[in-house]
Design a protein around this ligand. Sequence first.
Ligand SMILES: Nc1ncnc2c1ncn2[C@@H]1O[C@H](COP(=O)(O)OP(=O)(O)O)[C@@H](O)[C@H]1O
Ligand SMILES: [Mg+2]
Length: 245
Amino acid sequence: MTRRSRPPIWGWNMLELSGLSVTRQGRVVVDDVSLTVEPGKVTALLGANGAGKSELVLGIAGLLPVTGGKVLANGADLTAASPNMVRAAGVAAVPEGHQILTQLSVEDNLRAAAALLPPSGEAETLDFVWSLFPELAERKPQRAGTMSGGQQQMLAIGQALMCKPKYILIDEMSLGLAPLIVKRLTKVVGDLTGRGIGVLLVEQFVEVALQLASHVVVLRKGKVRLSVHPDEVRADRTILSNAYL
Ligand SMILES: Nc1ncnc2c1ncn2[C@@H]1O[C@H](COP(=O)(O)OP(=O)(O)O)[C@@H](O)[C@H]1O
Ligand SMILES: [Mg+2]
């Protein structure tokens, strides 16, 4: 019998990227990125279009190959893990542009996303998603593709929650959504962190990001240009604009 190795000191109770790189068609699109997401907290990931935010999310999720560095979730090495292994380890991604199954009902979308759970866990987790999103509970039999953009984003977040994640990565949460829906989703993120879930939030609305985040990271051309507490940005907005430029 092999002895279990002791957990590493670093990254034990957090999602930790250290020196992460992702290459796409021979080009480094995420370059030596280190950041952490803590349980019950939001790390906001900002940056201009093409900065590498989505590639970073896909790299963590096991949907793009990582070419350097490490992804650790509560000490487990997920660097070369498949998407299912990443989800099973408690890290769920909501990719950009809500990739829901438009022909299926709301409820079937959630059930399809629960493949990793035992049947007992499925009912309980479904109840949690209905309580988090009464908007979806009212629309269980509705075909997902006929819902509004905001409701589809809720469903995408609900799908990610169906694997009972410890960490959730939300790419472009409020892209294309009306202010009232953005406000609603902001509250949802607060509910999730209140339950101890750590959130990596890619967000185009800086105000939303600053309101939610306990840490802000700005990417530029795949590299970390800024990594600060949101108070520093509030005190001096030029810090942020300089990091984008
Ligand atoms: N399918 C792809 N094939 C090749 N390169 C891509 C692909 N998708 C994105 N890229 C490139 O990767 C870089 C980072 O893109 P992305 O992560 O989507 O940026 P962001 O999400 O920050 O807007 C960009 O330079 C983009 O051109
Ligand atoms: Mg993107």
